[in-house]
Design a protein around this ligand. Structure first.
Ligand SMILES: [Fe+2]
Length: 269
């Protein structure tokens, strides 16, 4: 059941249903011998919401294949989840666990480029609702999507360390605030080369010490709820070029932000 995404544990001879996901400090390692890597960083797709933007997602995967992207990283809120706020039902294409799971399995772009994902707070509402991490479940049905864990997970691509972090809670007075505060909590010896965060739905980049920090915005139009709360929202992604030195260490990291408007993207292959 654990392998299928259920948040359960075996304690003193009894199976216990957990109220949150099981967390670990494992580092997922991907060997790398290339001198140059291209990454696409995305987040907060909120699929199965009426305001999701599958058109942008499809455009990005086509473009990623055209320009030779090696890995796609997704920092959480793959699905819109089910919050318990009654009005959210009016914003959903699918309101059941199975509906949202199957919607993503059927509609998330298929690609030969591997995508690595964590679950975000919207995905994790399903753990509270029905005891299952929906992102883990989806990845079991899609071999091109790789589940890393919930909230916060580290990957090493060759010698480059990348941390995916989602975050939770309300907005801050400045869009950079939560990213800066979070970076401060990571011990210096544990700091990654790339820190990719989600949740805020607004793009921001900064470099501090050796860490290139990418706050990845969303791929979802502003919902009526967000508008009523005065939340901001921008749709964008980061294209990232990494060049390694002759010892395989990160030499340069070059970010490029691509933004999107409300107009539907139609692109022929
Ligand atoms: Fe989100």
């Amino acid at each position: 059941m654990n392998q299928n995404g259920y948040a359960i544990d075996y304690v003193n001879g009894e199976i216990v249903v957990l109220r949150g996901p099981i967390r670990n400090n494992d580092v997922y390692e991907i060997p790398n011998h290339l001198e140059r890597l291209k990454l696409l960083l995305i987040s907060d797709t909120h699929l199965a919401c009426k305001y999701d933007r599958l058109d942008i997602l499809r455009y990005l995967y086509h473009k990623a294949e055209d320009i030779g992207v090696n890995y796609i990283l997704h920092s959480g809120d793959l699905t819109d989840g089910l919050s318990g706020r009654p009005q959210q039902l009016y914003d959903l294409k699918e309101s059941s666990y199975e509906g949202q799971r199957d919607y993503v399995i059927d509609n998330y772009p298929q690609s030969e480029i591997p995508t690595y994902l964590i679950s975000g707070n919207h995905d994790l509402w399903w753990v509270r609702q029905c005891g299952t991490d929906i992102v883990k479940d989806i990845c079991l049905h899609r071999p091109d999507l790789h589940y890393l864990g919930s909230d916060c997970e580290d990957i090493k691509i060759g010698k480059m360390r990348v941390r995916l972090f989602h975050g939770k809670g309300g907005g801050a007075y400045a869009k950079s605030y939560k990213l800066q505060k979070y970076l401060d909590t990571i011990p210096l010896e544990e700091r990654p080369d790339i820190l990719q965060t989600g949740h805020i739905h607004q793009a921001f980049y900064m470099k501090q010490d050796k860490t290139h920090c990418f706050q990845t915005s969303c791929l979802q139009d502003l919902t009526p709820y967000e508008r009523s709360q005065g939340f901001n929202n921008d749709k964008s992604c980061w294209w990232v070029d990494v060049i390694f030195d002759d010892k395989g260490r990160v030499n340069t990291i070059t970010p490029s932000l691509e933004t999107f408007g409300d107009k539907l993207i139609r692109r022929k292959r």
